[in-house]
Write a protein that binds this ligand. Structure first.
Ligand SMILES: Cc1cc2nc3c(=O)[nH]c(=O)nc-3n(C[C@H](O)[C@H](O)[C@H](O)COP(=O)(O)O)c2cc1C
Length: 518
């Protein structure tokens, strides 16, 4: 183990590193979770707020004609009104379809979520937004509306629009036990990426707001103990500015609404989640120099980008035969590099998460293990941390892609991905390897951000694949140290934080698809 010097034996860095270790899935033992699940007692997927005024949002995102190929082109900002707020939320957090199998019916949203449990709640702070009184609102995905929470203490004098995000840990912990906090953070990354794509379509420039955790929770009304008495708490994650001077209002007036309990009879308690959450409250990463190679510009298909986002799904099975064309493979990888996707204009910090790929079926690329270091530091660091025998053969004239090993690796990919076939049957499966112990020790909040970054990377791959008629699936279930053994990683300088698979989908004919809203 790396000798990390930081804030003493019981400090936040120790606590989160200990949390990470104890929530590893191992080949012989999964992380602690419930012994059995009562599916009928699943926490409510939507948080109801009683006693608030609701404003319906228009659902006109399908009318956005920007083609996927033109996603990166500059465009005039759309007006800041109810219609465009509705579009933004439709492409970020809304329901995009219902699925039905027998008597069961469940909603899918614009972003994926581990176990489809959707721990992320979305908040809107608006002033001078045409059609909406100034205030703080909870976004209600169930019917695509916003619910009034508070009005502004002082009258606003300029336009301002922010989205805030919080996690309800219990939604994930109910099913996944102690590992759930990781999934909440990966989901958060997917949501942020979804927001970046949505904002790009409107010509808006999202910026993460650096705020103290206490101030952020206060701003979103999540510290109002009297309102949350007896219901599951919400953990503030991040506020993103879309318009305005960057800082949301510090104080509110005239609160309204009370949240409903999601799970009246919780069967378990996983206190380590709240401990690790508290240990990882801290500043956002500083904007940094990327320092790596930029993405080679490739256009992508001409299909409407909004259509791609609205029809995005995760694959549950891949066909095990389709060969991915090499240009598409390159386009997917380029989306992970600077300039390759809208999210990297919002997430300006130096990259700390690097894809290592099991390539199974890509035309012109020998099956094997590949790495795409996203920075110079990643290149040198990974070369030093991974197996000495890796060959590091340059594998592409334009991308920083290196072959580590030529071998068919479907079985290994399946095994390390909790024996899931999707990891073996696609074109490729990625392990996201994060620079870990040192940055987490320096700022324990980095632990969250590494998971966000991995979620964002997965989201870019998923949408880019979707646009081309392929599909992705996040894989939160993987055997951590089996990955590390395979890569020759023997300490905590680097840790794998997420897997993601891409392939040609095999649809389940038993499922029917219904429209998102009546
Ligand atoms: C962080 C994360 C982890 C996931 N892990 C798995 C997994 O291990 N296996 C799997 O089949 N799907 C996994 N998924 C996919 C979800 O099951 C899927 O997103 C969810 O059912 C919603 O479906 P949709 O993405 O089609 O909207 C994961 C998704 C996310 C975001």
């Amino acid at each position: 183990m790396t000798d990390v010097r930081h804030d003493g034996p019981a400090g936040p860095a120790d606590r989160v590193l200990a949390y990470h270790r104890r929530t590893k899935h191992r080949l012989d033992r999964y992380a602690a979770g419930p012994d059995h699940l009562d599916w009928d007692a699943q926490p409510a997927p939507f948080r109801a707020w009683r006693g608030t005024r609701r404003y319906d949002l228009p659902r006109t995102a399908a009318g956005i004609t920007v083609p996927w190929s033109g996603l990166g082109a500059p465009r005039a900002p759309a007006p800041v009104d109810l219609e465009h707020l509705g579009r933004l939320l439709q492409l970020t957090s809304a329901i995009t379809a219902w699925k039905q199998y027998g008597d069961s019916r469940w909603a899918l949203r614009a972003h994926p979520s581990s176990g489809n449990l959707h721990p992320t709640e979305t908040w809107v702070i608006a002033y001078w937004v045409d059609g909406l009184p100034d205030g703080l609102y909870h976004y209600q995905a169930q019917d695509h509306g916003v619910e009034w929470r508070a009005s502004r203490l002082a009258a606003a004098d300029t336009l301002g629009l922010w989205l805030g995000f919080s996690s309800i840990h219990w939604r994930e912990a109910w099913k996944y036990g102690e590992r759930a906090l990781r999934y909440c953070q990966l989901d958060m990354g997917h949501v942020l990426a979804a927001l970046a794509y949505a904002a790009a379509l409107l010509g808006w420039r999202p910026r993460l707001v650096g705020m103290e955790h206490v101030a952020m929770a206060h701003c979103l009304g999540l510290d109002r103990a009297e309102d949350f008495a007896g219901v599951e708490p919400e953990e503030a994650e991040v506020i993103v500015a879309l318009h305005g001077d960057g800082t949301p209002p510090p104080d509110w007036d005239e609160w309204s609404g009370l949240p409903a309990r999601l799970d009246p009879r919780p069967l378990y308690d996983w206190p380590v989640i709240a401990e690790a959450a508290a240990a990882t409250r801290g500043p956002l990463p500083a904007a940094g120099q990327w320092g790596g190679e930029g993405a080679p510009r490739t256009a992508g298909p001409d299909i409407a980008a909004a259509e791609v986002i609205l029809r995005r799904r995760s694959a549950q099975a891949f066909d095990g035969v389709a060969m991915m064309p090499a240009p598409l493979f390159r386009r997917l990888l380029a989306s992970l590099l600077p300039g390759g996707a809208p999210v990297w204009a919002m997430w300006e910090s130096a990259p700390r998460v690097h894809p290592v790929l099991f390539v199974h079926r890509v035309e012109g690329i020998a099956p094997g293990l590949y790495v795409l270091p996203r920075s110079e530091a990643g290149l040198t660091g990974l070369a030093a941390a991974m197996r000495r025998q890796f060959e590091w053969t340059p594998a592409d004239p334009r991308l920083p892609l290196y072959r580590l090993l030529a071998a068919r690796a479907e079985r290994s990919a399946r095994t390390v991905s909790c024996h899931q076939d999707i990891a073996a049957d696609g074109a490729f499966t990625v392990m996201f390897v994060a620079e870990f112990a040192a940055p987490v020790a320096a700022n324990p909040a980095t632990w969250r951000h590494l998971h966000w970054e991995a979620g964002m990377l997965g989201h870019c791959l998923g949408l880019e694949a979707e646009a081309a008629g392929w599909r992705g699936t996040g894989i939160g279930c993987f055997f951590d140290d089996a990955d590390h053994e395979l890569l020759g990683i023997t300490d905590e300088r680097y840790q794998v934080v997420y897997h993601y698979a891409i392939g040609k989908v095999v649809d389940d004919p038993r499922l029917s698809t219904l429209p998102p809203y009546d």
